[in-house]
Each structure stands twice: as structure tokens, then as C-alpha cells.
Design a protein around this ligand. Structure first.
Ligand code: C2E
Ligand code: CA
Ligand code: CA
Length: 851
């Protein structure tokens, strides 16, 4: 049941829908905020712009009014300076009128505004109306010269009468004298008249200068001094007039006296008028317009200016207010914006944290677990999430994890085990050896490795079928597994090859185990309705003496196993000399070829004794090869090389020929004994063999009766059908045939009966210890009986001492061979031996088994 179904308590929400909702929410918030801001910004902007525009317009209106006011003032000034030049008065008037219009418009614009502003604007309009009136009055005044210059009017109109009166009167008086109407007694009168006349004209001039100065200069000091000098002149004139009056009295001219009195009166009147002129001229009323200007126009314009300033300052305040408001609005918007940004950030942080908690961390833990899985490490604990997707991911991972584990276990088992027997395979064995090498290197403990190969497995496969072969392999696997300890590793390396890794096992112990294995497998069992037993060859290597790495250990075990197979010893420990043979195989092959061709080989002969007569009855020819550099090479190795190199046929013929030649020589010396020659399995496959042997027999004129061919039990069984034909041929030629190494193979009795043999040679492995090993003794005894029952001659080999000879004799063996009688010897030596034993074998060898 999946974890998904298992989860009854809480159904996690979908991450997708959650994040879609959140994203939509976020989008809506963002869009609304943006819109809100956009609208706010636009509207405040418009608002402020409009307000500022109105204020700006008002400002410029007031500015215009101000400029116009200045311009009005300038025009009034210009007009007052010279009314005849241009039409400044009109300009001033129209400026005032247009300003008045503007002021009224301003007032109208602000009719709903502040009370202050409304009142101020109203006041300004009123002032402009007043100004208009004042300026009209001023222009009128300016154009009225009497009102403009009041002093001038007195001097021009009022003073002229008395002034002229004085001149006329004086002129009459002077005329009177000059005309002779009066001839004055006083000589003083006429000059005094002239002088008075001059004084008067000077006074008039002085008055005119005063008036002119009044117009031209603004200095009242100058006016005062001029007025003083005029008064002085007037006073002098009045003094002179008084003298004149007195003179005329003395002259008794009543008329003259009266005239002088009128002159005095007119002069005093004139002076009074002048005093009036002075009063005007030396005050600020000397010009009518400047007075109006000072008292009316200028105060009015000042008020207007201040009024405009007030309005302007009010406008500035207004403007500042708008700007301030705008600033406030912007501040509010900014605060809002920052708050929203802060909220967004909080939201984003929350989002990230929740993503981290619900997605990233669980995914990271799954990733970590996957990685651990990939490297086969222990998976870390997975972080759970309350999101559906992640929960499903974790569940899927866990499911996968379990399945991968299962599959991996299966694959691992498949990869490390043999499918047929279920035993560890070569790969796993290698791993275990590697591991063992490591631990043994550390603990200094030896270990042992068995390499095994079934004997004649191919025959069983061929004769009983592959299914039976498989059953056999299975059976062997089981037997091996049951024989070894728990800590040992039994492996099948392929075919009929097995191996056992034996930790902490020394050489002696391993020998016991090897024997136990051989013994177990020799027990016959039923296969396809037939009782069979299995032979096996075991190569044994030990760490560290036979190798310190996996390659050399396996190689050496293989060599040892091969040796065991060839020697039929069942098991064999690795021997470095064997190794030498393996390593030099190629050069040895060519050396052997040369040796055969150059007749560099040797043949030794080992005597065979007739047990009943104690006489030498034959000899076994045994090959010897003394290699020029490597020394003696064992005959079974030489044969193996020749078999391997394909020169066995040549070699066998050389041996047969040489043996026949020697045998012929023995016969010539009067020793009519036979010679035994060993044949290789491969010789039996050679179709020409019998013909060639026949030819050699002819060549050495030897009767086939004296020739025995020894063939190993296994060799004979290798290809039974074919072997029988060949053997029949040889037998029909009269040649003796012997089964060599009898007992090591597993030939069935049926075959023994069918084969055209006449001798069996009991293998020395049963003989050597038969005096101390009861089972060997029984085997030898029963084999002798069996041979005799089949009508065969029984030869026993491996007789090393007298006791064995006694036993052989006791059990009725026919012939015996062994070191007790003689070792294999060179041809000459053997002939001497024959001579010496002509009358029967006389043992020099030890009577008893050496200690
Ligand atoms: P084999 O046919 O069993 O030969 C007898 C072997 O046993 C000889 O070893 C011999 O020296 C040895 N032997 C004889 N008596 C005793 C004894 O009392 N005690 C002990 N321990 N050993 C004894 P060798 O000469 O080393 O030959 C070994 C094997 O080589 C022979 O075994 C045979 O299978 C093979 N062989 C030797 N020469 C030839 C040959 O010319 N042709 C072929 N095909 N094989 C040969
Ligand atoms: Ca032999
Ligand atoms: Ca033998």
C-alpha cells in the first residue's frame, strides 16, 4: 500500500493551487497599488499645476499692474515736466484705466476667495478710481498756468501795475526836468531821479531773476539771498524816494511832491505783492502740480503699491501653500509606497521561507537521498512537507528507493552468483579474495585457495546429456558447500571449475579438507539411473607463500590444479618449478622439437619383475630430457608439452622405435624380456599408429609379443568408441595392451570387458602406502582379484621396499615394478642390470619401509 493512501489524518493541499492563488493575489495587489499611485500622482499633478497656473496668472497680472503703475508715474512726471511734449497724460490715463480693468477682473476672480483678498482687491479698485480722478485733476491743474505757478501769476498780473506806475512817474519827473519845465534849484534832484530810476529797474530785474531762479533752481538759499538783495534795492530806492520827496518840497513843486508820494505808495504796494510772491515761491506751493502730486497722487500710488505688495505676498503665501500641500501629498504617497514595498518584501520573504520549508528543503533532502542512493551510502532522513506535490515526490522516491533496493539486491545477487548452482561466481570470489588479502595483510594470518576442476565432466555431459551434467554440477556444489566451514566461500567459476576460499587455513589443514572433498565426491550417487562417482582435481595455494596478489594466487592455483590432474593425485600444492614450466612453455616447445629431431632425448628403463619367479621379465621405457639450460625436465611435462605443441606423435614414435631398438639389443644379449611403452591419449587418435608400429617391429625384427603399450585408464575412456577400434587393431597385431594408472579413473567394468587389453597396472598412489593404509591395501587386493577374474595380468607399480613386495606376492600379483627392484636406468646401465640379475632379482634395496 502506498504512503499516499496511508496518509489518513491529513490531506496536504496542492502546492500548485496555493502558489497560483498567492501569485494572483500578489498580481492584484501590485496592479491596484500601481493604478492607485498612478491616479494619485496624475491628479495631484494636475491639481497643483492648475492652482499654480492661476497663481502664476495673478502674479503676472499684479506684475503688469505694477509695471503699468511705474509707467503711469513716469508719464505723469514727463507730462508735468513739459505738457506740450507728447501725449503722456493720455498714456497715463489709459494705463490707469487698463489697470483698473485688471484690478476689477482680479477682484472678480477672487470674489469667492479670502475675505482679506476680496477687501484688498476692492480697496485697490477704489484707489485706482481715486487715482484716475486725481490724475485728471492734476492734468487740468498743470494746464492752468495760474494755478500751476501762483507766484508767477502775482508777479505777471498784480505787480505789473504798481511797477509800471513807478516807472511812468519817474519818467514824467525826469522828462519835466529834461524838457526844462522845471529847472530845479537843487542840483541833486535830477541825478537822484536818474539813480532812482536805475535802482527801480534793477529791482525789477532782480525780481525777474528771482522768478526765473524759482523756475530754474530748487535751491531756496539762492532765492533767499536774491530776495534779500531785492529788499536791499527796494529799501535804497525807498530812501532815495524819501530824499526826492524832501527835495521836491524844497523846490516847492507840489506836483512833484504828489508824484513822489504815489511812487512811494506804488513801490510799497509792489513790495507787498512781492512778499506775497515770496510767500508762495518759498513754500511747496510754488508749483500747483507738485503739491497735488505730493499730497494726492504719490500717497495714492504708494497705497496702490503697498496694496499690490499685500496681494503679491498673499499670492506667494497661496503658492507656498499649494507647493506645501503638494509636498505633503508626495510625502504621503512616498510613505504609502514604502509601506507597500515593505509589505511586499515581507510577503516575498514569507513566500521564500514557505517555499524553502515546503519545497526547497524537502527537494534538497530528496536530492541528497538520491545522491546517497547513487553512491550507495545511507540515505539521510527525508524532510516532510505539507504540500501535496512534495509529499507525492517523497512518496515516489521512497517507493523507488524500495524498488531500487530490491532490484539492486536481485542484480547484485545475479552479478555475484552463479545462476545454476546459486554459488558465488568468479566476480564475487575475486572480491572476497581481495578483501581477504587486505585483512590477512593486516592480521598476518595465512589463507588458502582451492581451485578445482571435475575430471571427465565432458564425458558425463556427452554420454548422459547436459541436463544430467547440470544436476551433477548442482550436486557437486552442494557437497562442496556442506564439506567446508561457514566462513569459507565456495564459488563456481564456470563450466566444471570451482574454487574455495579458506580464510585462516594453513597447509596441513587444507590437505585434510582436500582429501575430505575427494572422498565425499567419490561416493557413488545415482544420476539418470546410473551410479556414478565424480573425480576432481584440486590445486592448492596459500597466502602469502604462493602469492600476495589475486592474479598470481589464481595463476598458481591453476598450475597446481593442472598438475594434480595430470598426476592423478587428486590435489596438488603449488610448486614453483611447475610455474617455471608454464612460463617457459613457448621456448620449451621449440627446444623439444629440436631435441626430437636431433635425437637429443634419452630413454631410461625400469625393470619389471615376475613375482612368482623373481626374474626380470620386462622393462618400462621412460622418457628423459636433459635440457641444455634448464636441466632435467620431468617426462610428464615433456609429454604435456608435446601434446600441447602437436609433436606427440613424433615423440611417441621416437620412444617406441628407441625402446624396440634397445629391446632387440637385450634379446641379442640373451635376455628375452619385453618392453613397455607409454602412449599418450592423443596417440589413440592417430590412424597411422598401428601401421607405423608394425613398420618399426619389422625394422627391429621384434615380435609384437615383446611389446606392451601402456595407456592410462582415463586416456582409454576419453573417446571409448574410437579407442576400441584402434586398440583392437593393435591387439590383433599381437601387441600387448595395458591399462596404466588403474584405479585413478572411473572405467566401468563393462568397458573393461569390451577392451582388448591383457594387463592392468595398479597405480602407485594405492601401492606406496598400502602397508600402512588399510583402505589402499583393500583396493590393491580387490583390484588384483578383479583383474584375475577378468582374465587379465596384473602389474603393480610403486614397490619401494620389501614389505610391499611381500604383500604384492601375497595377493597373487603377476608382475611388480618399483624402486625396490630398480630405478629407471640408461640403456647401458640397464643391460648391466640385466646381466647381474640373469639368475633372478637380488635386492640391494632396503627390506623395510624407510623410517
Ligand atoms: P608411469 O607410466 O606411471 O611411470 C612410472 C613412474 O613411476 C615413473 O616416473 C617411475 O620413475 C615411477 N616409479 C617407478 N617405481 C616407483 C617407486 O617405487 N616409487 C615411486 N615413487 N615412483 C616410482 P617417471 O619416469 O617420472 O614418469 C612419470 C610419468 O611420465 C609416467 O608415469 C608416464 O605416465 C609418463 N611417461 C614417461 N615416459 C613416457 C613416454 O615415453 N611416453 C609417454 N606417453 N609417457 C611417458
Ligand atoms: Ca607407465
Ligand atoms: Ca603408472
Amino acid at each position: 500500500m502506498s504512503a499516499r493512501q496511508n496518509d489518513g489524518q491529513r490531506n496536504p493541499g496542492s502546492l500548485r493551487s496555493r502558489y497560483i492563488t498567492l501569485t494572483l493575489l500578489l498580481a492584484i495587489i501590485v496592479i491596484s497599488v500601481v493604478l492607485l499611485f498612478y491616479k494619485g500622482i496624475i491628479s495631484t499633478k494636475q491639481n497643483v499645476a492648475e492652482q499654480l497656473l492661476v497663481i502664476q496668472e495673478d502674479h503676472s497680472t499684479l506684475n503688469r499692474i505694477k509695471i503699468d503703475l511705474l509707467e503711469t508715474y513716469r508719464n505723469i512726471d514727463l507730462f508735468l515736466l513739459d505738457p506740450s511734449q507728447g501725449n503722456h497724460a493720455d498714456t497715463a490715463h489709459s494705463l490707469i484705466s487698463s489697470s483698473l480693468v485688471k484690478v476689477r477682473e482680479f477682484a472678480l476672480r477672487h470674489r469667492l476667495g479670502d475675505l482679506d483678498v476680496r477687501q484688498e482687491a476692492q480697496r485697490l479698485a477704489t484707489k485706482y478710481s481715486n487715482l484716475k480722478e486725481s490724475v485728471t485733476a492734476l492734468t487740468e491743474l498743470r494746464m492752468d498756468i495760474q494755478r500751476q505757478y501762483p507766484g508767477m501769476s502775482i508777479s505777471a498780473f498784480d505787480m505789473t501795475g504798481p511797477q509800471q506806475q513807478v516807472i511812468n512817474s519817474l519818467l514824467i519827473l525826469i522828462q519835466e526836468i529834461e524838457s526844462g519845465n522845471l529847472i530845479p534849484e537843487s542840483k541833486e534832484l535830477y541825478p537822484l531821479l536818474l539813480k532812482s530810476y536805475t535802482l527801480w529797474t534793477r529791482a525789477i530785474s532782480q525780481m525777474r531773476i528771482y522768478m526765473a531762479n524759482r523756475l530754474a533752481s530748487f535751491s531756496t538759499e539762492l532765492l533767499l539771498s536774491q530776495a534779500n538783495s531785492l529788499e536791499n534795492l527796494h529799501n535804497k530806492f525807498l530812501e532815495d524816494v524819501e530824499r526826492l520827496g524832501w527835495l521836491y518840497t524844497t523846490e516847492d513843486s507840489f506836483e512833484g511832491e504828489t508824484t513822489i508820494r504815489s511812487i512811494e505808495k506804488s513801490a510799497r504796494q509792489w513790495m507787498n505783492l512781492f512778499e506775497q510772491v515770496r510767500a508762495v515761491s518759498e513754500s511747496d506751493k510754488w508749483r500747483g502740480d507738485s503739491h497735488t502730486m505730493k499730497t494726492v497722487v504719490i500717497p495714492l500710488t504708494d497705497e496702490i503699491s503697498s496694496s499690490i505688495s499685500k496681494l503679491e505676498s498673499w499670492l506667494s503665501t497661496q503658492e507656498n501653500g499649494v507647493v506645501e500641500q503638494h509636498r505633503k501629498n508626495t510625502d504621503t504617497l512616498s510613505t504609502l509606497l514604502f509601506s507597500i514595498i515593505g509589505l511586499f518584501m515581507l510577503f516575498a520573504l514569507g513566500l521564500i521561507l514557505s517555499l524553502d520549508m515546503m519545497v526547497f528543503r524537502p527537494i534538497a533532502s530528496v536530492t541528497e537521498a538520491l545522491r546517497s542512493k547513487a553512491y550507495n551510502h545511507k540515505s539521510p532522513a527525508l524532510i516532510d512537507s505539507d504540500s501535496r506535490e512534495i509529499r507525492y515526490l517523497i512518496e515516489a522516491f521512497q517507493q523507488m528507493d524500495a524498488e531500487v533496493d530490491q532490484r539492486q539486491d536481485a542484480l547484485e545477487h545475479q552479478a555475484l552468483h552463479d545462476y545454476l548452482t546459486g554459488l558465488p561466481n568468479r566476480f564475487m570470489l575475486n572480491q572476497r579474495i581481495e578483501y581477504q588479502l587486505l585483512t590477512s595483510a593486516q592480521s598476518n594470518q595465512p589463507f588458502t585457495l582451492f581451485l578445482m576442476d571435475l575430471d571427465n565432466f565432458k564425458d558425463i555431459n556427452d554420454s548422459l546429456g547436459h541436463a544430467a551434467g547440470d544436476i551433477l554440477l548442482h550436486k557437486v556444489a552442494m557437497e562442496l558447500s556442506q564439506t567446508v566451514r561457514k566462513i569459507d566461500t565456495v564459488a563456481r567459476l564456470g563450466g566444471d571449475e570451482f574454487a574455495i576460499l579458506l580464510p585462516d587455513m594453513a597447509r596441513d589443514e587444507s590437505q585434510k579438507l582436500a582429501k575430505a572433498i575427494l572422498h565425499t565426491l567419490q561416493q557413488p550417487f545415482k544420476l539418470e539411473g546410473k551410479l556414478i562417482s565424480v573425480g576432481i582435481s584440486i590445486g592448492i595455494v596459500s597466502y602469502p607463500s604462493d602469492g600476495t596478489d589475486i592474479k598470481s594466487l589464481l595463476q598458481h592455483a591453476d598450475i597446481a590444479m593442472y598438475h594434480a590432474k595430470r598426476q592423478k593425485t587428486g590435489f596438488s600444492f603449488y610448486n614453483s618449478k611447475e610455474d617455471f614450466f608454464h612460463e617457459n612453455r613457448l621456448s620449451l616447445i621449440s627446444d623439444l622439437k629440436d631435441a626430437i629431431e636431433n635425437d637429443d632425448l634419452d630413454l631410461h628403463f625400469q625393470p619389471q619383475i615376475d613375482v612368482k619367479t623373481n626374474r626380470v621379465c620386462g622393462a618400462e621405457a621412460l622418457l628423459r630430457w636433459h635440457h641444455p639450460t634448464h636441466g632435467e625436465i620431468k617426462p610428464d611435462k615433456t609429454i604435456e608439452l608435446a601434446e600441447y605443441a602437436g609433436t606427440i606423435h613424433q615423440l611417441s614414435l621416437w620412444v617406441i622405435g628407441t625402446a624396440m631398438k634397445e629391446c632387440a639389443a637385450w634379446h641379442a644379449a640373451g635376455h628375452n624380456i619385453s618392453v613397455s611403452v607409454n602412449l599418450s591419449v592423443l596417440d589413440l587418435a592417430n590412424q597411422n599408429l598401428s601401421g607405423e608400429i608394425g613398420a618399426l617391429l619389422k625394422q627391429y625384427r621384434l615380435s609384437p609379443f615383446y611389446l606392451t603399450l601402456e595407456i592410462t585408464e582415463n586416456g582409454m575412456m576419453e573417446n571409448p568408441g574410437h579407442s576400441i577400434d584402434m586398440l583392437n587393431g593393435l591387439s590383433q597385431m599381437g601387441i600387448n595392451l595395458a591399462i596404466d594408472d588403474f584405479g585413478t579413473g572411473f572405467s566401468s567394468l563393462t568397458y573393461l570387458k569390451k577392451l582388448p587389453i591383457n594387463t592392468i597396472k595398479i597405480d602407485k598412489s594405492f601401492v606406496l602406502d598400502m602397508d600402512i593404509n588399510e583402505s589402499d591395501e583393500i583396493i590393491v587386493q580387490s583390484t588384483i582379484n578383479l583383474g584375475h577374474n577378468l582374465g587379465l595380468k596384473v602389474v603393480i607399480e610403486g614397490i619401494e621396499h620389501h614389505e610391499l613386495m611381500e604383500m604384492a606376492s601375497h595377493y597373487g600379483c603377476d608382475q611388480a615394478q618399483g624402486f625396490f627392484f630398480g630405478r629407471p636406468q640408461q640403456g647401458d646401465e640397464f643391460l648391466q642390470f640385466l646381466e647381474k640379475s640373469r639368475n633372478g632379482f637380488d635386492s640391494l634395496a632396503p627390506a623395510k619401509r624407510p623410517a
